[in-house]
Design a protein around this ligand. Structure first.
Ligand code: SAM
Length: 230
């Protein structure tokens, strides 16, 4: 079982340092050439980020004085706008290519209160008002998910904001369809999760649900949960 995780993580790290970096840094941009599937994913992901920002703006919780940890930050699509609102943001990713691109984007925008580093989310240090982890759980098999949630929770003083690809009949069908036509370049395994199992993991970690959202486009689907300490 331990080997399975090592293998998944090694594969994910390698992918997001090579083909995955090329593909996803383009998807997570406002311009640049993408195909129609990637455009759909770009728009869906942007909607998820907007939903998180709407929550933090509604209660002013990304203002100066607040601390955020964005685990599996990618190229900073969420970490940078959080920092632009005044919060001190610690952004990390298992892929050095993704984290370095995030740092370059922050620098080019003149955003200073965000620090990017390369780290497995299970090795994150410190405590933060809010821990966010967006669209990362898809890389975790079901039997490692609760451990991942409890690891994130251990760094969150007040709030966790996480998303996952929901395991429903519809998305299972979409995923198996996608696996028949995996496209020209290599991808990673993708794991769906049931809402019940994620909520149970949050509860075991001492958190309860506060707000929820769902984003579904043709090729992108993400259930978003905000949980606060019980
Ligand atoms: N959260 C970002 C966003 O929403 O823009 C990026 C999402 S991208 C689909 C998934 C990211 O999770 C990749 O950058 C990948 O390198 C990172 N990742 C996967 N497993 C990880 C782990 N165990 N620890 C840290 N980052 C991880």
């Amino acid at each position: 079982a331990i080997r399975a995780v090592v293998d998944d993580k090694t594969e994910v790290r390698e992918y997001f340092n090579t083909e995955g970096f090329n593909r996803w840094s383009r998807i997570y941009s406002e311009d640049g050439e993408v195909n129609s599937v990637q455009m759909d994913i770009r728009n869906g992901h942007a909607q998820t980020v907007e939903k998180v920002l709407k929550w933090v703006d509604a209660d002013g919780s990304a203002k100066e004085g607040k601390t955020f940890c964005d685990a599996g930050c990618g190229v900073g699509s969420l970490a940078i706008p959080l920092a632009q609102r005044g919060a001190q943001v610690s952004a990390s990713d298992i892929s050095s290519a993704m984290a370095e691109e995030g740092a370059a984007r922050a620098a080019s925008l003149g955003v200073k209160n965000v620090e990017f580093s390369t780290s497995d989310l299970e090795s994150i240090q410190g405590n933060y008002h809010t821990v966010t982890c967006i669209d990362v759980m898809i890389h975790y098999p079901e039997d490692k998910m609760a451990q991942m949630v409890s690891s994130l929770a251990s760094h969150a003083d007040e709030r966790l904001i996480i998303s996952f690809a929901p395991n429903t009949w519809y998305y299972r069908a979409l995923k198996s369809f996608g696996e028949l036509f995996p496209g020209p370049s290599k991808t990673t395994r993708a794991y769906l999760h049931t809402e019940e199992s994620v909520v149970n993991a949050l509860m075991s970690a001492g958190f309860k649900l506060q707000r929820t959202e769902m984003t579904g486009t043709n090729f992108y689907f993400s259930r978003l949960l905000e949980a606060v300490r019980q």
